[in-house]
Design a protein around this ligand. Sequence first.
Ligand SMILES: [Zn+2]
Length: 112
Amino acid sequence: MSKSNIDSKDASADRDLYSGLIRLHVLHHAVHGPIFGLGMIEELAHHGYRISPGSLYPLLQGLEKKGYLRSSEQRDGKSLRRVYRATPLGRRALAASKSKVRELFHELIEGD
Ligand SMILES: [Zn+2]
């Protein structure tokens, strides 16, 4: 097995672990302004998360299905782009997650 195979296998295993963080991250940006798939992929890449469109789009759709995001089509030049915004429910869910994230942060980073 080549090294790159091992890397991609590890990355997909880690994705399970990070998927909640990625959802919170997406929600955070959607609260601050409209987001779209490719822009979010680039944003997440800056934070060190490699996520493909095939993984991100279902994640966005899942958040919309749960009522945290609402999407609409927006014209971008000649093409249509689907943009997502946080709903009031999404804003509340993000706010509620903050105390949990803070607590985890303390334990993971400032613990011992
Ligand atoms: Zn970010």
